[in-house]
Design a protein around this ligand. Structure first.
Ligand code: RB5
Length: 141
């Protein structure tokens, strides 16, 4: 199960990503927001990240205007490794090397087609372990 959330600045892109999930039968839980009325991104980030730390969801997608506020908020939560990406190489490598469990995207930064490719690269990548494991463990200490 993929957790997904956004603030008002990411609502349109979140809707596009959810359409992609529906079309590809990818299971997700939508933590809002559900329209373009103003909300505070730390509140949404916290709900999405709690669902990952608890084990309810395996990873998460957070969307705001830049992706930056969401990534700062998500990375405050123990057990979360969030990466704000706007290129497919980073979206893939952050899972392979950093074992990132949250991808943050900026609706005002990337187009919708690229955003879907970011999501695909992130979700389809696998943590490589090996030399990266000790580094990720240090992040958690
Ligand atoms: C909201 O206007 C905007 O600040 C937010 O979506 C995000 O870009 C914050 O990092």
């Amino acid at each position: 199960m993929i957790a997904i959330g956004c603030d008002h600045g990411g609502f349109t892109l979140k809707s596009t990503i959810i359409k992609y999930f529906d079309e590809n039968r990818i299971k997700y839980k939508d933590f809002g927001c559900f329209n373009t009325e103003s909300v505070d991104y730390p509140d949404i980030a916290q709900e999405v990240c709690k669902s990952i730390v608890s084990g309810e969801c395996e990873s998460g997608i957070l969307v705001c205007g830049t992706g930056i506020g969401m990534s700062i908020a998500a990375n405050k939560i123990k057990g979360i490794r969030a990466a704000c990406c706007s290129d497919t190489f980073s979206a893939k490598l952050t899972k392979e090397h950093n074992d990132s469990n949250v991808l943050c995207i900026g609706e005002r930064v990337v187009g919708q087609g690229l955003a879907i490719m970011l999501v695909e690269n992130f979700l389809n990548a696998k943590f490589e372990g090996g030399r990266h494991l000790a580094r990720v463990e240090k992040l958690e200490k």
